[in-house]
Design a protein around this ligand. Structure first.
Ligand code: KG4
Ligand code: ZN
Length: 329
């Protein structure tokens, strides 16, 4: 059975995983850097890159050790080659190139977005192509038709902020720690989602694009007004994002006959997001698939799995594979 080692270092999580071609995760590690970045309220690229340098090699050793696998038993080394913070991407990609060189095994340069896009197939063996994907992370918010490995058609994107970025900005305005998504979700649990009137940007428009900048400004005004409870602002903000997701995804579904709706990326860890989209899929007569929360936020199992899918399709890369800060799917 194919064995793929995967490395992820494109943002603020350093991660390594060993995954088989028949969907077994033999070992994995994810080390976050939240504490290092928290004083700055967001990810500081240079701090992130230095932290990846410090922990990545030992994670590789730990993962291989736990699985009882030697490097030369691995079939390929997959690493995120972009998009992301270029310092971190370079650390992971160069580490993978070193491992590939030492073992004589091929490198698979993985697009981080493809990692998120294919991640549901790691845990859902019945998830066949094509599927309609809402990819909502810290850096992206897109609706894509996933037609096959390396075959993606983008139906919509955000015209300003990504959804996770909106959660992070709302959290900052509410005085919550980074990363904002889980903190806003936790606070929203005790709030009233109808308490604060907030806009639903682009809802009702015929193309399924997203916009979150105006929502962030409205949250800012609500915070400054001082008349609302923070938990009500958090709940109302989260509901506004969910409403945008549902409306925009419904428009995209009308343009696609893909039988399954899938949500992935860090924001897909949010329970309200998951359940609203599950309901939408049911009402539109589509199957629904969402990875578990740990597979939605950044991890290396999804990179190893995308590597396994690419390797199986004969898509390997040379040691000259570039690191890319920007890399649309
Ligand atoms: O996919 P991801 O881990 O990294 C990127 O590729 O960007 O996504 C991180 C983003 C952050 O903006 C974080 O606040 C958001 O996902 N996020 C959430 C939740 N967990 C993470 N947003 C809403 N609710 C959550 N539970
Ligand atoms: Zn990500």
């Amino acid at each position: 059975m194919t064995l793929i080692l995967g490395l992820e270092s494109s943002c603020d999580d350093t991660a390594v995983a060993l995954v088989t071609g028949d969907r077994r995760i033999l070992a994995q590690r994810v080390v976050g850097q939240n504490q290092a970045h928290q004083p700055f309220g967001g990810v500081v690229p240079e701090i992130a890159a230095r932290a990846h340098v410090e922990v990545l090699p030992s994670l590789v050793t730990d993962v291989l050790g736990e699985a009882g696998i030697a490097l030369d038993e691995v079939d390929a080394i997959a690493a995120t080659a972009g998009p992301g913070l270029i310092g971190g991407v370079l650390v992971g990609l160069l580490t993978a190139k070193g491992l590939a060189l030492a073992s004589g095994k091929p490198l698979v340069a993985v697009n981080h977005l493809e990692g998120h896009a294919l991640s549901p197939r790691l845990v859902d063996p019945d998830l066949a192509f094509p599927y309609l994907l809402l990819l909502a992370s810290g850096g992206h918010c897109q609706l894509l038709e996933v037609r096959g490995v390396g075959d993606y058609s983008r139906l919509a994107t955000t015209i300003d902020d990504a959804a996770g970025e909106a959660f992070d900005k709302a959290a900052k305005l509410l005085g919550l720690p980074y990363p904002g998504g889980p903190a806003v979700e936790a606070l929203a649990r005790s709030g009233d989602p109808k308490a604060v009137p907030l806009p639903r940007p682009l809802v009702g428009s015929g193309e399924p694009h997203f916009s979150f900048a105006g929502l962030k400004s409205a949250v800012q005004r609500a915070v400054l007004a001082g008349t609302h409870r923070p938990e009500d602002i958090a709940a109302s903000f989260q509901q506004a994002v969910v409403d945008c997701f549902v409306d925009r995804t419904r428009i995209a579904l009308a343009k696609s006959d893909a039988p399954t709706l899938v949500v992935a990326g860090g924001v897909a860890a949010n329970i309200s997001v998951r359940s609203a989209l599950e309901q939408l899929a049911a009402s539109e007569g589509r199957r629904f698939s969402v990875p578990p929360g740990w597979l939605c936020t950044d991890n290396a199992a999804m990179i190893a799995w995308a590597g396994a899918e690419r390797f199986a399709a004969g898509l390997v890369d040379g040691l000259d594979a570039p690191a890319r800060a920007r890399w649309p799917l």
